[in-house]
Ligand binder design. Structure first.
Ligand code: FAD
Length: 312
């Protein structure tokens, strides 16, 4: 069995930085990742793709020039999803390569597989074909991130009814869309698709966008988005979402009905902990099972280490 000072589960921003920092301080580190691609939601389905798509939407729609010259720009003729996604794919690939280089530079053992706890200090990395690699770690960092919440009553098919992961694999740019959720992800995609000329309706059970913002800022944002054509349905909740011959029909709890070609559900995320067997993480091992040091988390000298000028 291989032993490490630190085992990191997940290669998203948290896992990558945690692993690199510990390795920088001379710790022996293994990083387990269950997906073929490094970078987690940060690089593959969240921050980086959505910010790059925002830039692509501004570019293809000429939205910035509209403001400058008052010209009614329309979406570039014949734009395909492949064209729209091209820049995003290039940026995501470059970022994945940077993470791989960072792990290599810090001599971190990258172990493909789904992590599963056996006890508080033992983790199995289960590979694609069921091959198991057992690792022991003094400290284990769970950095498995989150996934879009998919309520069971919503008939997700990832062709007409998407979540914020599957929207990145859509096959064509729709004419209309209902976005459920007025949080950061819902607002972000609603504004991207509105800029692309898609007729977007945004539904939220609350009475304003991004409620954690100052009310005036939230209202300014709503006004700006409304001026671009985004329609809002506040204090409404989808009760029934159905497929129709041309797209989807959503019936709200109030009885109102909205039809569109597609729907995007961006109404929350949940921790990605399935399969980790977290219940086993409480199973203690005796200190003697650890030849190198005690099993206390405090034994990892985070506080006592002087920070260098440049962090990894
Ligand atoms: C659309 C969208 C836009 C966003 N925009 C922003 C933004 O502008 N700014 C911002 O700061 N944040 C943004 N976020 C949030 C940001 O992406 C997350 O906060 C960040 O990715 C969390 O990083 P993480 O490392 O904790 O987890 P993740 O990035 O989710 O990485 C978790 C990793 O763990 C792996 N994993 C999971 N389970 C296991 C297992 N059992 N075994 C092995 N590996 C496993 C996963 O495959 C994944 O690679 C956005 C998110 C979304 C969805």
């Amino acid at each position: 069995m291989e032993s490490f000072d630190l085992i990191v589960i997940g290669s998203g921003p948290a896992g990558e930085k945690g692993a690199a920092q510990a390795a920088y301080f001379g710790k022996r580190v293994a990083l387990i990742e269950c997906r073929a691609e490094l970078g987690g939601a940060g690089i593959n389905t969240g921050t980086v793709p959505s910010k790059t798509l925002r830039e692509s939407a501004l570019y293809f729609s000429g939205l910035r020039q509209r403001g400058l010259y008052g010209i009614d720009y329309s979406l570039r003729e014949g734009l395909t999803v492949a064209g729209f996604m091209h820049r995003k794919d290039a940026v995501v690939s470059a970022e994945r390569a940077k993470i791989a280089a960072n792990l290599t530079a810090h001599k971190i053992d990258l172990i493909p597989g789904a992590a599963q706890f056996e006890d508080a200090h033992t983790v199995n990395a289960i590979g694609q074909h069921g091959a198991v690699r057992t690792l022991r770690g003094e400290v284990i960092l769970i950095a498995t991130g989150s996934k879009p919440h998919r309520p069971p009553e919503i008939p997700f098919d990832d062709k007409f009814i998407f979540d914020s992961d599957s929207i990145l694999a859509m096959e064509r740019i729709p004419k209309s869309m209902v976005v459920v959720g007025g949080g950061v992800i819902g607002c972000e995609y609603a504004s991207i698709f509105t800029a692309m000329g898609v007729t977007v309706s945004l539904v939220d059970g609350r009475d304003r966008l991004l409620p954690f913002l100052d009310a005036e800022i939230s209202e300014q944002l709503r006004e700006r988005l409304a001026s671009l054509g985004l329609k809002f349905f506040f204090q409404e909740r989808p009760k029934l979402t159905e497929r129709t011959a041309t797209g989807i029909r959503m019936t709200f709890a109030s009885g109102k009905i909205v039809e569109a070609e597609t729907a995007l559900f961006a109404a929350g995320r949940r921790g990605a902990v399935e399969g980790l067997a977290l219940e086993n993480a409480w199973r203690c091992v005796t200190p003697s099972a650890f030849p190198t040091s005690s099993v206390s988390l405090r034994s990892f000298p985070w506080e006592s280490t002087r920070f260098p000028k440049f962090l990894p």
